[in-house]
Design a protein around this ligand. Structure first.
Ligand code: PGA
Length: 245
């Protein structure tokens, strides 16, 4: 794992946007894996800025999002569909048919998950996957568990995740209890991965992701087995790493 420690959130966002830009310049029809949550918002704002300055063209790019709450329709303000369109997609020149998000109100979970996996394969696979990380080590919504489902699947969210995400809802009761997520295996098949974390709150989980033995209790630790992962952290999130520069 390559660990890049940057000064602050601003630098985390600009450096990551730069890496995404290089990916798209090198391969116009890149397939991006995208994440939601508060962490990547700065990256998306930077991508919009680059697009507006004419430095980036998304017309051949395809995207696949990591996950979606189960039970929320695309129109729901807390759905990841709604989030992605408002935060990023509507501001850039991605083609609608190249945008892929899981359907949170599907009537056939199994079919939805298999179709998503098939679409990723058909697109040639994910070139660059952006990840956030939960306080409990989840990537996508792959929560700590005794076994890790490797394919796109339905998960029960842990109480910790529900509590963490309740900040976006009026009450904790409104947070969906389930989600559909790419599996760890889906994520591991991406050619390149950049995991982002900022702030003191993530310091402990970042330390465990990098230094702990690979364990399903910290799903992100499985990334140690991938051959092209960059852990992009600000100084606060890196504060529990020994030898940090
Ligand atoms: P955050 O969420 O970016 O809002 O911290 C990350 C996650 O839960 O994966």
């Amino acid at each position: 794992m390559k660990v890049t420690i940057v000064r602050d959130y601003r630098e985390l966002s600009s450096k990551t946007a730069q890496l995404i830009t290089e990916q798209i310049i090198n391969k116009k029809n890149s397939v991006l894996g995208l994440a939601t949550g508060s962490t990547p918002i700065g990256v998306y704002q930077e991508l919009i800025r680059k697009f507006q300055k004419g430095e980036l063209d998304f017309s051949k790019v395809a995207t696949f999002n990591l996950d979606e709450y189960y039970g929320l329709s695309p129109e729901h303000p807390q759905s990841y569909y709604f989030f992605m369109w408002n935060i990023l997609f509507k501001h850039i020149n991605l083609k609608k048919e190249n945008v892929h998000l899981l359907n949170g109100i599907t009537e056939n979970i199994d079919k939805e998950c298999k179709q998503y996996e098939a679409l990723i394969k058909k697109s040639g696979g994910i070139d660059l996957q952006i990840l956030g990380i939960g306080d409990n080590g989840h990537i996508g919504f792959n929560e700590p568990d005794i076994s890790l489902n490797t394919q796109t699947h339905l998960v029960n969210l842990t109480a910790k995740t529900i509590r963490a995400n309740s900040r976006f809802f009026n009450t904790a009761q409104e947070v969906p209890k389930k989600a559909i997520t790419m599996g760890i295996g889906t994520i591991m098949q991406a050619r390149k991965i950049i995991l982002l974390a900022n702030g003191k709150r993530k310091a402990r989980v970042i330390e465990r992701t990098i230094n702990s033995p690979i364990t399903t209790k910290v799903p992100a630790s499985v990334l140690q087995l991938h051959n092209d992962v960059t852990i992009m952290v600000d100084q606060e999130a890196a504060s529990q790493l020994v030898n940090q520069k």
